[in-house]
Design a protein around this ligand. Structure first.
Ligand SMILES: *Cc1c(COP(=O)(O)O)cnc(C)c1O
Length: 231
């Protein structure tokens, strides 16, 4: 079966539009991030031709390899777990890091951003479901951590990211997204310096419509666009 990226993209966009409408939201407030892990640069170029403006990668090495070919034609999003020692390689290449999950990582990002003379926008990754296999801080840890990060100057937290549990039950998925939205409102009320709750990065191929209904602004979609991945 050949995969028609153009058709897939149009379908995803239409679904985003319908989900936004259903939630009484403006579809323009929802940004599609095409998740390109395991997708080769030639295919990514096609996706760019068809209108993709944001791409997400979950591994530093892979991001760098593709960045060399594609460069700044798109905005790059680091969506996977990030090791401190790799921050320096991506600091001047990515628009947003979705996966800040410790003070040490935030500190390193701050240091490297300062060195490069920039302010790095990041999201705090929250493990709402509490699954042990998932990265991210707990809801309880989030606020204290942000109080500390807010003292740093070259990293700005601009929202939250989460991954919903893989379950059949849409109810559980919805509860997870709802919980992240609630947390973002609580954080907003704290009025912390350098901390904004502008973005909620939630929703993937199998749950982005629910995420949009619950307030998601950045949806990270891979297989619905590029087909199932072969690792
Ligand atoms: C792979 C990945 C996605 C996209 O997953 P699909 O189910 O293919 O849409 C989204 N977010 C993260 C963090 C990922 O690693």
């Amino acid at each position: 079966m050949t995969i028609d990226i153009n058709i897939n993209l149009r379908e995803v966009e239409e679904k985003i539009r319908v989900a936004a409408l259903k939630a009484g939201r403006d579809a323009k407030d929802i940004q599609l991030i095409a998740v390109t892990k395991t997708v080769e640069p030639e295919i990514i170029k096609k996706a760019i031709e068809y209108g993709v403006k944001h791409v997400g990668e979950n591994k530093v090495q892979e991001l760098l390899r593709k960045y060399e070919v594609i460069g700044d034609q798109v905005q790059w999003h680091m969506i996977g777990h990030l090791q401190k020692n790799k921050v320096k390689y991506i600091i001047d290449k990515v628009a947003l890091i979705h996966s800040v999950d410790s003070y040490d990582l935030a500190l390193e990002i701050d240091k490297r951003a300062k060195k490069s003379g920039l302010i790095m926008k990041c999201l705090l990754q929250v493990n709402v479901s509490g699954e042990e296999t998932k990265y991210g801080v707990s809801r309880e840890q989030a606020k204290d951590l942000l109080k500390e990060i807010s003292k740093l100057h070259n990293i700005h937290i601009v929202g939250l990211m989460t991954m919903a549990p893989y379950v059949e039950e849409a109810k559980e998925t919805r509860a997870c997204f709802e919980s992240l939205k609630e947390l973002s409102l609580e954080i907003e009320k704290m009025g912390l310096h350098n901390i904004q709750m502008k973005y909620l990065s939630m929703g993937m191929s199998n749950d982005f419509e629910v995420a949009i209904e619950e307030g998601g602004t950045l949806v990270r979609i891979g297989s619905k666009i590029f087909g199932e991945r072969n690792y």
